[in-house]
Design a protein around this ligand. Structure first.
Ligand code: 13P
Length: 249
């Protein structure tokens, strides 16, 4: 049985007040048993969040990491630094990083490997653009992104990653993939993993991301191959994010 995981990616948003509000709400939260909830704020908020969340079930994630452990990389943050400050998860390959900062599959792989090397759980983000979907290339694009990484990992490393399917056209647009559209792609990702190892496919945690909110989360999370959500905009409202966590039980 795969434990549901709900992750809130604040992107370049948030505030000290939002951290405090999450800390208060989730300290008294009656979350469903057996779910993992991760908050992914910008770097400067991580330490404050760690303290504010110490009496809550919330875990911490980071939005990216540099592949190097230390050195002359001005402006960058390493996996070991994140680990030292209580971070458990890290996003790699988010479509905004791929598009706005030109991250290639190779760079995504290097970051993912650095995450594994430092004991962080990478959440590998994949997804097609609207143009690619309209051209009927969704599965090709998604499986190329997944396959590039999987082919380069050792069998035991493949078991340590989470994959988030985030169709680019659904991110921040209010245009959610239908549960059927999301399920179709995510079943395809799982079937692809079965080509490596049937038990890997069974254990692999798959998240859906793209305009998930308190109203559509339950229906998405009810799909057999959707094990959780990667939530953007709705994770900036404490009550909405809390409601999404409730629907993962
Ligand atoms: P939205 O939920 O705002 O569409 O963002 C999704 C996302 O990119 C999470 O990583």
């Amino acid at each position: 049985m795969r434990t549901p995981l709900i992750a809130g990616n604040w992107k370049m948003n948030g505030s000290a007040a939002l951290i405090e509000s999450f800390g208060k709400t989730f300290a008294s939260a009656a979350l469903p048993a057996n779910i993992d909830v991760v908050v992914i704020p910008p770097f400067p908020y991580l330490d404050a969040a760690r303290h504010a969340f110490s009496n809550t079930p919330l875990q911490l994630g980071a939005q990216t990491l540099n592949p190097h452990h230390s050195g002359a990389h001005t402006g960058e943050v390493s996996g070991s630094m994140l680990k030292e400050f209580g971070v458990a998860y890290v996003l790699v390959g988010h479509s905004e990083r791929r598009q706005l900062y030109r991250e290639s599959d190779e760079q995504v792989f290097d970051r993912l490997l650095a995450a594994l090397d430092t004991g962080l759980t990478p959440i590998l983000c994949v997804g097609e653009t609207l143009e690619e979907r309209d051209a009927g290339r969704t599965m090709d694009v998604v499986l190329r992104q997944v396959g590039y990484i999987m082919a380069r990992l050792a069998p035991e490393q493949r078991l340590q990653i989470v994959i988030a399917y985030e169709p680019v056209w659904a991110i921040g647009t209010g245009r959610t993939a239908t549960p059927e559209q999301a399920q179709e792609v995510m079943a395809g990702i799982r079937a692809y993993q079965a080509g490596f190892d049937a038990s890997l496919a069974e254990q692999l945690k798959l998240l859906y991301g793209g305009s998930m909110n308190a109203s559509n989360a339950a229906e998405l999370l009810a799909q057999p191959d959707i094990d959780g959500g990667l939530v953007g905009g709705a994770s900036l409202k404490t009550d909405d994010f809390y409601a999404i966590c409730q629907s993962a039980g």
